[in-house]
Design a protein around this ligand. Structure first.
Ligand code: NA7
Length: 578
């Protein structure tokens, strides 16, 4: 038998829903669709499930939220039976978990791998989406569901001369499947965000020489990673739903000790003691040391200085320590969580190259030129991040009513209603889209809440006989205003991070995720549903006696954690989001 590599020319199939992406969002969406009797097809560009956790397989890649929380909550059996080995699971383990879920819930048969969706066009007459892939598939579906991830379109800066480099160039977000051996190699690593901070210590241990090219230094807190404490595991598993409920009541969608006191309400010695204590717990919860760190610049200055002192304590060379010390707001960019990052700069084979003034000048066949000097290397690693939140939408030719292109509709920045839907694109849903808490909350919680809301909406439409749903311009404008309003309250909107698209020249500067807190967002989604999908229009008016279908969303009716989100905070919009 001859196997042809030519794209398949399948006849168009008609189904209920196409899901783009088989990461954590796509997998759970598919599970939900099946459970509620919808036919579905998932297309996935990779060769396996896992999404972001499939692509980001660089050395040292691991989650920065405790794995006992960074996992699905929809199946108690899954929660009980799966065993995480480390407090912060490494990438291969997370990928194994995704695969386990796909097999356990028999999802693989509706996932087509090695297939990239190239176009999705809405036919207004038929009220159906036509979805096309690079493998020649054409599928007609009532719903088009984007589960493309928030950090999935790699940012590959077009450095001058990059094509002339004699050796391999790897991007952390598209890491090869085979192991890369850095032994005896001279390596250039460009970028010091989370991916750089996780991979640099590991590459440094192998390489003969590592040059780190840093445009902006980043704050990072030690993970103090360890095997999962069996006592803690037993405690959580004794009542997992209680842990999940506690997490959902929190602004971040994950639970950790949080001190609500303002930083300047205590004297310096108590403040220092508190910072030391939270530092010793490590990770993102360090930002929970005081309640106002992301709202009050003076308060933030105290944690920023504490973090800089730690750098000076660890890094022996004062000049390098100074270069590694961020000057901007602590936690403004996504806080990093590391294992031995600053210690790495004490190694004789590691050199930090400051490119804050003129960037990378060019790449030559033999290496990287910066500040007029050529650094000769064998391998280049680009840890240069992503076109966050919208980059993967931009890569697909998505057209709604009147052939309106999504890239055109979002020219000045993404505009959505609840991050779930956007005007001009009926029956088009986004899992953790811009304008939803997404990356500011525990992603898997965000995914489940979105997919549950969507499935109830779709089931409602089926139950009541509705063909089309779309947000109103008024509701979308009001939501976008609210997203901007709460973003402006947080110090997070003040720096050039990927949250605002400022990591890549030319992108519109808009704060993309919703920073008002996960439970407040969930309450809003619940209200919209209870009020008969307030802010949406359907193709026909639903019967007046048609109660919204509430099946999967039932579990999201959780109260706020009033110890952390006080009424005063709510009134001022100052909800502490890590
Ligand atoms: P990030 O956090 O966006 O980091 C990318 C890094 O690459 C950052 O240091 C950038 O500097 C640097 N960068 C980007 N473009 C360039 C160019 N053109 N020249 C030099 N340096 C550049 O991405 P990560 O992959 O590390 O992490 C993404 C998220 O994944 C992370 O926040 C966690 O949530 C998990 P900059 O700071 O923009 O000056």
């Amino acid at each position: 038998m001859t196997v042809s590599n030519a794209p398949r020319k399948a006849a168009p199939r008609t189904i209920d829903a196409v899901v783009v992406g088989a990461g954590f969002g796509g997998l759970y969406m598919l599970h939900n669709l099946r459970k509620h009797g919808f036919s579905a097809q998932v297309f996935e560009a990779g060769t396996d499930v896992g999404g972001t956790w499939y692509w980001n397989r660089y050395p040292g890649a691991r989650v920065d939220i405790e794995s006992m929380q960074y996992s699905y909550s929809f199946s108690d059996e899954l929660d009980q039976e799966w065993k995480w080995t480390e407090k912060y699971a490494p990438q291969p383990e997370i990928q194994r978990y995704a695969r386990h879920v796909a097999e356990r819930f028999d999802l693989l048969r509706d996932i087509q791998f090695n297939t990239r969706v190239t176009a999705a066009h809405y036919d207004e007459q038929a009220k159906r989406w036509t979805v096309v892939t690079d493998q020649g598939d054409t599928v007609i579906a009532k719903f088009c569901i984007m589960a493309v991830g928030c950090l999935s379109a790699a940012n590959k800066p077009p450095f001058e001369g990059i094509d002339d480099f004699n050796g391999p160039i790897y991007h952390t977000g598209e890491w090869p499947h085979e192991e890369i051996d850095f032994t005896g190699k001279r390596v250039a690593e460009i970028g010091t965000g989370s991916s750089g901070i996780q991979s640099i210590p590991i590459i440094a241990k192998q390489a003969e020489q590592l040059y780190v090219f840093q445009r902006t230094p980043n704050y990072t807190v030690p993970a103090w990673n360890s095997p999962v404490d069996p006592k803690w595991e037993a405690e959580v598993k004794a009542d997992y739903p209680a842990m999940r409920a506690k997490a959902r009541a929190r602004p971040t969608g994950f639970y950790f000790e949080f001190n609500t006191k303002p930083a300047l309400s205590v004297d310096e010695s108590e403040r220092r003691k508190t910072y030391e204590e939270f530092w010793s717990r490590g990770g993102l919860p360090f930002l929970g040391a005081f309640g106002d760190l992301l709202f009050n610049k003076e308060a933030n200055d105290t944690i920023a200085e504490f973090a800089r002192e730690k750098i000076r304590e660890i890094v022996k060379d004062p000049e390098t320590a100074e270069l590694l010390s961020p000057k901007d707001v602590f936690g403004c960019k996504r806080l990093c969580v590391d294992t031995g990052y600053f210690e790495t700069y004490n190694r004789p084979n590691v050199k930090l190259v400051d490119i804050s003034k003129a960037g990378i000048e060019r790449i030559t066949p033999n290496g990287v030129v910066a500040n007029g000097e050529e650094y000769e290397v064998d391998i280049i690693v680009c840890a240069t991040g992503f076109a966050a939140m919208t980059g993967s939408y931009d890569k697909i030719d998505i057209r709604g009513r009147d052939g309106l292109k999504l890239t055109k509709a979002w020219e000045a920045g993404p505009r959505t209603y609840l991050g779930l839907s956007t005007v001009g694109f009926p029956n088009f849903f986004m899992v953790t889209g811009p304008g939803s808490p997404s990356v500011l909350a525990q992603m898997i919680q965000s995914i489940e809440q979105h997919a549950d809301w969507m499935i109830d909406c779709m089931a409602h439409m089926r139950d009541v006989g509705l063909e089309e749903i779309e947000p109103t311009l008024e509701a979308q404008d009001a939501w976008v205003d609210h997203v901007n309003e709460v973003a402006a309250i947080s110090l997070r909107s003040t720096c050039s991070s990927w949250y605002v698209g400022a990591n890549i020249p030319g992108r519109p500067r808009v704060f993309m995720p919703y920073i008002g807190g996960f439970p407040i967002y969930v309450q809003k989604c619940n209200e919209v549903q209870t009020n008969g999908y307030e802010g949406f229009t359907f193709d026909t008016t639903p019967p007046t006696n048609a109660e919204p279908t509430v099946r999967e969303t039932e579990r999201w009716r959780v109260p706020l954690d009033v110890d952390v989100i006080s009424p005063a905070m709510l009134a001022s919009g100052q909800v502490p989001v890590v």
